[in-house]
Design a protein around this ligand. Structure first.
Ligand code: CLF
Ligand code: SF4
Length: 357
C-alpha cells in the first residue's frame, strides 16, 4: 500500500487552549518558537516535557483490558507493551473504580497533572470503558489533563468521541510505515469482524494510524509517536518513520527498546529476538533527532502507574486502601493549584528546552 506523505515542514499545531477546538498552523521545531498555547499544554505534562517530569506526576488507570491486534512482543497476560514495561500485570478497574482512584490520588499527590489510559489492552478497543472514565473525570476533575495511548487501529472512527472528551495528548505506537516490515511485527489484526493476517493486516493498521495521526493534528491535539525498536525487524526503517510522522505533524517521537525475555511468553521472547543495546538505541535516537524532537526520559510505565516518572506509588492506592477514603475534592483542587503555582514560580519563566532533541 502506498502511503502519501503530506506537505513537509508545515505541520498543523494548536495555537492555544485545549482539546479539539484549538488548532492552527505553525512549522517551528524549537520549543522556544512554539506558540504559547502549546507551551502551556506541555509545560506540566511529564512525558511531553522533560523539564516537567521532575515536578509533575502522572497516573494511569487500567480500565481497558481488550485488544484488537496482536504484536509479536506482547503476551495478553501482561500490560500493553506499546506503552508499558513488558511482563507486568495491572488489575483491571471499572470506570467508577478508576474515578475513585484518580480522586484519591489527586488529593494525596498534589503534583498530579495528567491522567492517562494506556491499557492493559488498547484503550480504543474498549471505547465504552475508556470514554466513560474520561467523561466522569472531565466532570469531577476538570483540571487534570487527559492522555491516551493507542495502537491507532480505531483512531479515525473514534476521533470525534475523543475530541468530545477533551483529550488533548494522544500517543500512537507506530513501528513501521511499510506493510512488509509490519508483517514481521504484527501476525494479525481484528478488523470489521475478521482476523486479517500478515502484510494485509499490517497495511490496514498503518493506514488507520496515518489517518488517525492526520486527524488528530488537524484538530490541534498533541501527538506523540512511540516506536518499539526491534533489531533486524524495524530498526533500519525507523529513520524513515521518524521523518514521515514529523511531516504529518507529530510533536514528539519516543523510541522504546524492545524488552524481550522468554519468560514473558511472547513470540519474540521465545524465538530469541533480542532488543537493542544501549549504544544501538543511543545512535538511533541521535540519528532520528535530526528529524524530530526525541523523548529520552520515558520510563516504560505500567498501565496502573502512579506518581512522578520513575517513581512507583501504586501500592498506596490499591482498591482496598481507597475504598472507604473520603475525599474533599474542592479542597484537594485548591491545594493542587497552590502546589502547581509554587512549582511554576520556581521554574524559569521560559524554559529553553523543555523537550530534548
Ligand atoms: Fe501516560 Fe503515556 Fe500519557 Fe505519559 S506515560 S499515557 S504520555 S501520561 Fe510517559 Fe510512561 Fe513513557 Fe508513556 S513515561 S511509558 S511516555
Ligand atoms: Fe499487546 Fe498493546 Fe500490541 Fe495489543 S497493542 S497486542 S495490548 S502490545
Amino acid at each position: 500500500m502506498e502511503l502519501k506523505v503530506l506537505g513537509q515542514g508545515t505541520p498543523m499545531v494548536p495555537t492555544g487552549g485545549a482539546g479539539c477546538a484549538a488548532s492552527g498552523r505553525g512549522g517551528e521545531d524549537r520549543l522556544s518558537h512554539l506558540p504559547a498555547g502549546i507551551r502551556a499544554q506541555i509545560r506540566d505534562h511529564p512525558c511531553y516535557s522533560e523539564a516537567a517530569h521532575h515536578h509533575y506526576a502522572r497516573m494511569h488507570v487500567a480500565v481497558a483490558p481488550a485488544c484488537n491486534i496482536q504484536c509479536h512482543y506482547c503476551n495478553r497476560k501482561y500490560d500493553c507493551a506499546n506503552e508499558s514495561r513488558p511482563g507486568v500485570v495491572s488489575e483491571v478497574l471499572s470506570p467508577d473504580q478508576a474515578v475513585k482512584k484518580v480522586l484519591a490520588v489527586a488529593a494525596a499527590i498534589p503534583q498530579l497533572s495528567v491522567l492517562g489510559i494506556a491499557g492493559p489492552g488498547d484503550p480504543l478497543a474498549n471505547p465504552e470503558r475508556t470514554f466513560a472514565t474520561f467523561r466522569k473525570l472531565s466532570q469531577q476533575a476538570p483540571d487534570l489533563k487527559l492522555c491516551l495511548s493507542t495502537n491507532g487501529l480505531m483512531l479515525p472512527e473514534l476521533i470525534d468521541v475523543l475530541c468530545a472528551h477533551r483529550v488533548n495528548h494522544v500517543t500512537i505506537t507506530i513501528n513501521c510505515i511499510d506493510p512488509a516490515v509490519g508483517a514481521k511485527i504484527y501476525p494479525w489484526i481484528f478488523w470489521k469482524r475478521r482476523r486479517i493476517e500478515g502484510a494485509e493486516g499490517a497495511a490496514i493498521l498503518i493506514e488507520q494510524q496515518q489517518k488517525g495521526l492526520e486527524m488528530l493534528v488537524e484538530r490541534g491535539i498533541l501527538v506523540k509517536i512511540n516506536s518499539v525498536v526491534i533489531p533486524g525487524a524495524n530498526d533500519a526503517h525507523l529513520r524513515t518513520v521518524s521523518k514521515y510522522v514529523k511531516a504529518k505533524g507529530a510533536f514528539l517521537h519516543n523510541l522504546m527498546p524492545l524488552i524481550s525475555e522468554a519468560k514473558h511468553g511472547t513470540f519474540f521472547g521465545v524465538t530469541g529476538q533480542r532488543g537493542p543495546t544501549q549504544e544501538e538505541l543511543r545512535v538511533l535516537r541521535d540519528t532520528c533527532a535530526g528529524d524530530m524532537k526525541m523523548m529520552r526520559h520515558c520510563r516504560q510505565c505500567r498501565a496502573d502507574a502512579v506518581g512522578l516518572l520513575g517513581e512507583d506509588r501504586r501500592e498506596e492506592f490499591t482498591l482496598d486502601k481507597i475504598e472507604h477514603r473520603e475525599v474533599d475534592y474542592g479542597q484537594a483542587t485548591a491545594v493542587r493549584r497552590r502546589v502547581h503555582a509554587t512549582i511554576e514560580a520556581n521554574r524559569p519563566a521560559r524554559p529553553q528546552s523543555p523537550v530534548p532533541g
